[in-house]
Ligand binder design. Structure first.
Ligand SMILES: Cc1cc2nc3c(=O)[nH]c(=O)nc-3n(C[C@H](O)[C@H](O)[C@H](O)COP(=O)(O)OP(=O)(O)OC[C@H]3O[C@@H](n4cnc5c(N)ncnc54)[C@H](O)[C@@H]3O)c2cc1C
Length: 436
């Protein structure tokens, strides 16, 4: 019997385990990949420095070194007609990393945690976690189970709890094709994002520098095939014929976080972390830092509560996440839905006339309100006189973002959860009815 079983040794699972180091608890990570492949993942490989600042402070986690491929200042976002670009500089910049090397470092830091690699979790049945190991099916038990199995969300999909959504809407997935090319991108300090609703509908193309390699990809909304679009997009680009180091497809959830990140089943406490809990940033799909932060928050709550697996105690993880990142992601989710439903013409117009400005993007991504102040709003409206609907919709979006932030900042106790969820669902319904 373990105190804690963590499913998945990705960034979320590994940081949950690291947080439990020295807690005296018996912790096990079950990972379906062989040990030497842990970390390997189709990804944009970019992560903001502020995530490492946080984890360095909390856990002493080192900043990237061996896995570091490039340091970046921020992101440049290009309009569909490529006439305009916004430079979004994060306060402290970020890193391009090698995910395999990063994953291997995380594994090397697991300390006393038992790692069952090459072992897949299949199911949770009669208080048992069913695993497949060396061709055999076995059962293990734990007081608390952390599902950090990424998009697979193996236990989230099966749990029988009124608090947890087993399936998520396919419209809330970004499906991507990504290639690492042997090519040195001329702008080594910025990640480039290209908007074009005709090619990457509901998503974007990206070109991220990695020294002598470049991470190039394209994400779209389900059910478009991203690989075909990717090859359409790279036609005529300087890297079109460069050597492919790695190519592959993957998906990431880009929606608000699960409404609850915790549940109880048969007396066993469940926590959901990372992509399994839809914690990535809904606008750009970045989820490494969020998964690690969530792993830390979940681990910190577990440390305090191991002999008390009541729902109310598990709930502390919900409260810690929802009032901060949860609120921010819900705002960004509304903004994402708004953006996904604009035409190229509207995006070009909006960027050219600064209906949305660089500061707005930074503010929103930092969780601050999208304030279209009265005077500012009027100027923007006047500038956009021929696109009054766009301006009005933007004001509607800003208002709804404020409303949803308020709901998340007042995330309820378990007793108020269902009423709260109805309010969130109604807000989304109103939002979809007007904009989609
Ligand atoms: C194309 C693409 C580009 C992206 N670009 C970026 C980016 O630039 N920056 C960024 O921050 N994020 C990016 N992301 C998102 C990021 O990759 C994820 O948000 C992040 O990896 C989530 O971490 P995690 O620990 O939740 O899950 P994962 O990293 O997916 O780890 C889950 C682990 O669980 C294991 N597992 C799965 N099922 C089972 C099972 N049944 N039993 C045992 N183990 C299991 C997996 O093998 C894996 O090791 C991108 C995603 C995609 C798809």
């Amino acid at each position: 019997m373990y105190d804690v079983v963590i499913v998945g040794a990705g960034p979320g699972g590994c940081i949950a385990a690291k947080t439990l180091e020295d807690s005296g608890l018996k912790v096990c990570i079950v990972e379906r990949k062989p040990k030497n492949q842990i970390g390997e993942k189709v990804c944009g490989d970019a992560i903001g420095k502020h995530h490492f600042d946080f984890l360095h402070r909390k856990l002493g986690l080192d900043y990237p070194s061996e896995e570091l491929k490039a340091e970046i200042k921020g992101i440049k976002i290009f309009s569909p007609d490529r006439k305009i670009f916004f430079t979004v500089e994060t306060r402290d910049g970020g890193y391009m990393i090698d995910r395999l090397l990063f994953g291997q470092r995380m594994v090397s830091e697991l300390g006393d945690t038992q790692l069952l690699a090459n072992t897949a979790v299949l199911d949770f049945r009669d208080r048992n976690i069913v695993i497949s190991r060396k061709g055999k099916t076995e059962r293990i038990q734990a007081k608390i189970v952390v599902d950090a199995s990424g998009m697979q969300a193996v236990l989230r999909k099966q749990i029988n709890s009124p608090y947890i959504e087993n399936q998520i809407d396919k419209r809330d997935l970004a499906i991507c094709h990504r290639e690492i090319r042997e090519y040195r991108f001329e702008d080594q300090e910025y990640c480039h994002i290209y908007l074009d609703q005709n090619i990457s509908k509901g998503g974007y193309m990206w070109v991220f520098p990695k020294g002598n390699h470049t991470n190039i990809g394209l994400g779209v909304q389900y059910p478009i095939n991203p690989k075909n679009r990717f090859y359409q997009y790279i036609k005529g680009k300087p890297f079109e014929n460069s050597k492919i180091i790695h190519a592959g497809g993957a998906a990431v959830p880009v929606r608000r976080t699960l409404d609850s990140l915790v549940a109880l089943q048969d007396g066993v406490g469940f926590m959901f972390v990372g992509d399994a809990a839809c914690q990535a940033n809904p606008i750009h799909g970045g989820g490494i830092g969020q998964a690690m932060t969530a792993g830390y928050l979940a681990g910190s709550v577990i440390k305090k509560m191991i002999n008390d697996t009541a729902l109310e105690t598990l709930w502390e993880y919900n409260s810690a996440w929802m009032k901060d990142y949860g609120a921010r992601n819900a705002c960004l989710d509304l903004f994402r839905i708004f953006l996904q439903n604009l035409t190229n013409e509207q995006i070009n117009f909006g960027m050219e006339h600064k209906l949305i400005k660089e500061e707005d993007l930074i503010k929103t991504s930092e969780g601050r309100d999208l304030e279209l102040g009265a005077a500012d709003k009027l100027t923007r409206m006047a500038r956009g006189i021929t696109k009054v609907n766009l301006s009005r919709n933007l004001q509607f979006v800003a208002n709804k973002m404020k409303e949803i932030k308020h709901l998340y900042r007042n995330y309820p106790s378990p007793a108020g959860f269902f009423e709260w969820r109805t309010k969130v669902k109604n807000l989304y319904q109103e939002f979809y009815d007007r904009l989609v």
